[in-house]
Design a protein around this ligand. Structure first.
Ligand SMILES: CC(C)(COP(=O)(O)OP(=O)(O)OC[C@H]1O[C@@H](n2cnc3c(N)ncnc32)[C@H](O)[C@@H]1OP(=O)(O)O)[C@@H](O)C(=O)NCCC(=O)NCCS
Length: 176
């Protein structure tokens, strides 16, 4: 998928920060690596469901090089006013092998700009792109006390589908 198919979105967060949201590219690798240092330990645990101190080469390859915008879609947000741009967040989904109409959702926004609407914007953008690839539902797993993530899912037209031990399964339809 190129930018002509899914054009970048320019928007302002609720504090006025101007952001650019667009399909992630392999050339965004260093921006993603640098944004890692803007994530608090709590945000990392909420994103990865475990404590992670650094990304290994294999994890980076998975997060960057396996994005094909067909089976592994990712949309990133950057500060439109900085040069070089600063990564602010990324939403991705990976198509499920046993059900190609569903994809597993993962999203993170750097702590400094959480609560300003970016997670909602990223998830909606990703959902639109996923829908264009035949994915009907995004499925995410969040910790049961992760109120911001649950509210963001609901703001995107999603819902809590199942409650497990400490983890909640959330569903977001991609046709919202
Ligand atoms: C979950 C996350 C992606 C949400 O991104 P965000 O940019 O903060 O979300 P938004 O600003 O779009 O907020 C969406 C909703 O959550 C609410 N919200 C945001 N931060 C909140 C907070 N700290 N406490 C309570 N509610 C919060 C907003 O008010 C909004 O609700 P509303 O529409 O009813 O007003 C972000 O908090 C994050 O990166 N968390 C760590 C990683 C994570 O939990 N990922 C999800 C599992 S993969």
């Amino acid at each position: 998928m190129d930018d002509a198919e899914s054009p970048p979105i320019e928007a302002a967060l609720s504090d006025g920060t101007r952001v650019l949201v667009r399909a992630f590219r392999a050339s965004d690798r260093s921006m993603l690596e640098e944004a890692w240092f803007d994530l608090s330990p709590q945000t990392i645990v909420q994103r990865f469901q475990r404590a992670v101190t650094h990304l290994t080469d294999a994890e980076l390859a998975h997060l960057v090089d396996s994005v094909d915008q067909v089976n592994h879609l990712a949309w990133g947000a950057m500060d439109a006013e900085r040069e070089p741009p600063r990564g602010l967040g990324i939403a991705r989904c990976i198509r499920m092998a046993d059900d190609p109409a569903q994809a597993e959702l993962a999203i993170v926004v750097i702590d400094a700009v959480q609560g300003l609407g970016l997670g909602t914007l990223l998830t909606r953008s990703l959902a639109r792109a996923a829908h264009a690839q035949g994915i009907e539902r995004l499925v995410g797993y969040v910790q049961s006390d992760n109120t911001p993530a649950i509210r963001m899912i609901e703001a995107c037209g999603g819902r809590v589908a199942r409650k497990g031990w400490g983890t909640i399964e959330v569903h977001v339809p991609t046709d919202v």
